[in-house]
Design a protein around this ligand. Structure first.
Ligand code: SF4
Length: 375
């Protein structure tokens, strides 16, 4: 499993699918908590290779999708302020707030720039000291080290016109929230390989024990996912609930300690709202008090905005694995990538976008809810 072709080898995939079929005796619902895995599953039809008893559901694994609408509204408010340069990764620009998105603020004259790293935003701040430069820090544990580094460097370099609008979320508390929900169907998890590359996987061990669910750290290619599903089903069938690592080429149990230290130096664990899910205790990162001067919410006085979620978009139910994207009445009609009603239709990692891109034609040929083709 060294090169991309090997990860996508159809004959090997079929062998894994046969192995899963051989060991499966009962229905199992398994959730992946990573938008990259969701897209690989839908794009390559991994779920269609599995036996009927094994259902894959898509969890809250897309950071853009789980950013609450009130954070988007704060971003829109700050980005429209005179003298502000608002920097973001490109995938946030079309995420809808209550009435507009960052792209429409840009069209009205807002100085909104797409950057590829928070350090690019810090560079802009150094080069334009007369402007306030804000970086929209959205993401899981994967992007937190670079965002922490940007604040750390800004502090050391005395850059006072730089700040972060922070919307960092943490995966393990979201998994616990799903497992504790009354409608929970999930019996096992594929944990996101890139998150574990940073954080390791010791945090998952108490969850596996407490809720008696297998958790398999899994990569992103079709064979990774099939192997992760095989390992999860094998545990379920054997009555085990352990953390196992499929993605050994990138993940160690302890993770990346320097990256963890950088996160811990700059951020602290805080409660965080998840779009469509609500507030989950200790599920996010916020700047530590010693870095409060770099907090855009405080700098621009938008910390206490409260905004209601859309009543049309059911992405909260999708992100908890209760509903599939094509079961939303707005899917492909009122809600499309060109006119999205929710973030899960916008983001390149969103489940609704994946179904729209890879399953739309197939779904048009099957009556709603169409579970025949997507299970
Ligand atoms: S199809 Fe659109 S409205 Fe429906 S859940 Fe997905 S993003 Fe929300």
């Amino acid at each position: 499993m060294k090169f991309i072709d090997e990860y996508r080898d159809a004959a090997a995939a079929e062998r894994y699918a046969q192995a899963i079929r051989r060991i499966t005796t009962r229905p199992w619902t398994i959730m992946e908590v990573c938008g990259g895995q969701t897209h690989a599953i839908v794009r390559f039809g991994v779920d269609e290779l599995l036996p009927r008893e094994v259902t894959l559901v898509h969890g809250p694994g897309c950071p853009v999708c789980v950013t609450p609408v009130e954070l988007i509204e704060k971003a829109l408010e700050i980005a429209a302020m005179p003298g502000v340069v608002f920097c973001s990764f490109g995938d946030m620009l079309r995420v809808p707030g209550t009435a507009r998105d960052l792209l429409s603020v840009k069209a009205l004259g807002g100085d909104i720039r797409i950057v590829y790293s928070p350090l690019d935003a810090l560079k802009i701040a150094r080069e334009t000291p007369d402007r306030q430069v804000v970086f929209f820090a959205v993401g899981f544990e994967t992007t937190a080290p670079a965002n922490a580094m940007a604040v750390y460097q800004a502090s050391r370099q005395g850059v006072t016109n730089f700040s972060l609008l922070v919307s960092h979320v943490l995966v393990p508390p979201a998994m616990e929230a799903i497992l504790s929900g009354p409608a929970n169907l999930v019996r096992g998890f594929l944990a996101a390989g890139h998150v574990c590359a940073v954080m390791g996987y010791t945090e998952y061990e108490p969850i596996a024990r407490k809720y008696q669910v297998p958790i398999v750290v899994t990569g992103f290619e079709p064979l990774d996912i099939l192997q992760g599903v095989y390992m999860t089903v094998r545990q379920l069938e054997e009555g085990r609930a352990e953390v196992e690592n499929q993605y050994t080429r990138a993940v160690s149990r302890a993770g990346n300690r320097p990256a963890q230290k950088m996160i811990g130096d700059v951020f602290e664990v805080v409660p965080r709202k998840w779009r469509g899910v609500g507030e989950i205790p200790a599920s996010g990162l916020g700047l530590k008090p010693e870095y409060a001067a770099f907090d855009a919410e405080k700098r621009f006085g938008v910390a206490h905005r409260i905004v209601d979620e859309s009543t049309v978009c059911i992405s909260g139910s999708i992100l908890r694995g209760i509903t599939k994207p094509h079961e939303c009445p707005a899917f492909g009609t009122a809600c499309t990538p060109e006119h999205p009603l929710g973030a899960t239709m916008v983001s390149t990692e969103g489940a609704c976008a994946a179904y729209y891109r890879y399953r739309r034609v197939q779904l048009q040929d099957s009556p709603r809810p169409g579970l025949e083709t997507t299970r």
